[in-house]
Design a protein around this ligand. Structure first.
Ligand code: PEP
Ligand code: MG
Length: 575
């Protein structure tokens, strides 16, 4: 029977394929007395063998697709799997207590995990995490329960999940993963943002996808309208084939603008830049005509691994991006870990409100050696292109001054070592906390630029979690409260002769763009896949008319009034 679910359109495009449920199964273990312990030992050996060939295949794939660093995680797992210090005590337990393999495995592994976790030694803590992963794998084979692993998918599928973490999303291979849908999430959760840069159509916040979809169901993900069709009728499939072709034709039309500058109808220039998470995203930026990088989220370099990236590894990544952009501006944001972007190996205490907690610049100013390593690699890379550095989550001027001081100290250190550093690096901040937007006039005297991070600015201003679909109705980019804050920031920058950009998702939103043009925003940074569409929209608008439109909407009362007014004005302006 055909069923329709609705959710939030998170990444544009239409995808059709079979469902692949990515859901962690429950692995429940019972204690069972056995008569023949040797059979249990043999079952354990069989499960270890299966786990070994599975891990070797994953390691091989990770090595090919993600590089040696990422593959090293699986080397560590293989070592655990072959470790007699772990397997020996499990077998002893089976034989001495006459218990089933599952029980002996779980009890023994839990004992080692607790022991290692309590040690005051990072290396041993990492081993605890490895043992946990490996135990899960062996247990799944003993219990005959399949643990899904999206990195091993080798046919076209649509992923169905409760939620996807940013590192889950990073592992998806767009060659096979044609789309995804999740029960929870918002348009600005990081998995949605990543889906846009990977150009994987996605609908999030469908609430019931996991409950309604079985493995193998035929699914259509409509990332344009936020709809998911389960086992659609042949008529619906036909309509979507048509919609898909129309969207592809539209994209081909936009693609003609790839080498054009971004100009309004009356010839005013603005910059359209891209947001990236790794050097691998550069191809998408160049293919989509990005005029710069407005936000390089460096935290992805720190994720999906077991230890901090070295200075050398970071240097290589920053250098690759700077060289790849051939002198065009590259705004690199220093580490913004926290919120939904976790680094398990830092072993930070769990927080009640991670988005309001110990994250980004707060963590960097405290964990100085992490921050200094990043600043060293950035400054070393600065001679390879047009680098601009930006600090995230700045709430007070004191934080900015402290971070700037540290940057200067690192510069002096490098100069003393005889390392060359560019002396033309602009230094800016993300404006994503309301206190900073309100104080923009004061900040503007000390920073070289602002980049407005509306993903967080909206959630903090409206007190509406950006990841929670139940309050997504309050996550209102066009609310005059947000527009007034944006205006304060842009005006403050211009008064001091500085530039103001925006790297939150609002910068690529077709209702927001006309207003932002009218407010005088200088740089719009967005998912690469939104650039050409935005360039096409801007070419149909006149700056002067957008200025009057901005004035009008700033005085409006609600998000909906603004939305309607802009939609009408754009229609009129296009004619
Ligand atoms: C933002 O908050 O708008 C932003 C660009 O940063 P992030 O989405 O990484 O929090
Ligand atoms: Mg942010």
């Amino acid at each position: 029977m055909s069923t329709l679910l609705t959710g939030i359109a998170a990444s544009a495009g239409i995808a059709m394929a079979k469902a692949y449920r990515f859901i962690e199964p429950e692995l429940t273990v019972e204690k069972i007395k056995v008569d023949q312990p040797e059979t249990e030992v043999a079952r354990l050996d069989g499960a270890v063998e299966k786990s070994q060939s599975e891990l070797e295949a994953i390691r091989e794939k990770a090595h090919k697709e993600l590089g040696q660093e990422k593959a090293a995680i699986f080397d560590a797992h293989l070592l655990v799997l072959q470790d007699p210090e772990l397997l020996g005590p499990i077998k002893d337990r089976i034989q001495s207590e006459n218990v089933n393999a599952e029980f002996a495995l779980k009890e023994t592994a839990d004992m080692f995990i607790t022991m290692f976790e309590q040690m005051d030694n990072e290396y041993m803590k990492e081993r605890a995490a490895d043992i946990r992963d490996v135990t899960k794998r062996i247990l799944s084979h003993l219990l005959g329960i399949h643990i899904p692993n999206p990195s091993l998918i080798a046919e076209e599928v649509i992923i169905i999940a409760e939620d996807l973490t940013p590192s889950d999303t990073a592992q998806l291979n767009p060659e096979f993963v044609k789309g995804f849908t999740t029960d929870v999430g918002g348009r600005t959760s990081h998995s949605a943002i990543m889906a846009r840069s990977m150009e994987i159509p996605a609908v999030v916040g469908t609430k019931e996808a996991v409950a309604s979809i079985q493995n193998g169901d035929f699914i259509i993900v409509d990332g344009l309208n936020g709809e998911v069709h389960i086992n659609p009728t042949p008529e619906v499939v036909k309509q979507y084939e048509f919609k898909h072709s129309a969207y592809e034709a539209q994209k081909a039309e936009w693609a003609k603008l790839v080498s054009q500058p971004t100009l309004t109808k009356d010839g005013q220039r603005v910059e359209l830049a891209a947001n990236i998470g790794t050097p691998k995203d550069l191809k998408g930026v160049l293919d989509n005509g990005g005029e710069g990088i407005g936000l390089y989220r460096t935290e992805f370099l720190y994720m999906g691994r077991n230890e901090l990236p070295s200075e050398e590894e970071q240097f290589e990544a920053y250098k690759a991006v700077l060289e790849g952009m051939k002198g065009k501006p590259v705004v690199v944001r220093t580490l913004d870990i926290g919120g939904d972007k976790e680094l398990p190996y830092l072993d930070l205490p769990k927080e009640m409100n991670p988005f309001l907690g110990y994250r980004a610049i707060r963590l960097c100013l405290d964990e100085q050696s992490i921050f200094r390593t990043q600043l060293r690699s950035l400054l070393r890379a600065s001679v390879y292109g047009n680098l601009k550095i930006m600090f995230p989550m700045i709430a007070t001027l004191t934080e900015f001054r402290e971070a700037k001081k540290m940057l200067e100290e690192v510069r002096q250190e490098l100069t003393a070592e005889g390392v060359s550093v560019s002396n033309n690096i602009e230094l800016g901040i993300m404006v994503e906390i309301p206190s900073t937007a309100v104080m923009a006039d004061v900040f503007a005297k000390e920073v070289d630029f602002f980049s407005i991070g509306t993903n967080d600015l909206i959630q903090y201003t409206m007190a509406a979690d950006r990841m929670n679909e139940r309050v997504s109705y309050l996550y209102q980019p066009y609310n005059p409260a947000i527009l007034r804050l944006v205006k304060m920031v842009v005006d403050a920058a211009h008064k001091e002769g500085k530039w103001a950009g925006m790297c939150g998702e609002m910068a690529g939103d077709e209702i927001a763009i006309p207003i932002l043009l009218g407010l005088g925003l200088d740089e719009f940074s967005m998912s690469a896949s939104s650039i050409l569409k935005s360039r096409s929209l801007i070419s149909k608008l006149t700056k002067q008319e957008m200025e009057s439109l901005a004035k009008e909407v700033l005085l409006m009362e609600t998000n909906e009034d603004v939305k309607q007014t802009v939609a009408n004005a754009v229609e009129k302006n296009k004619k």
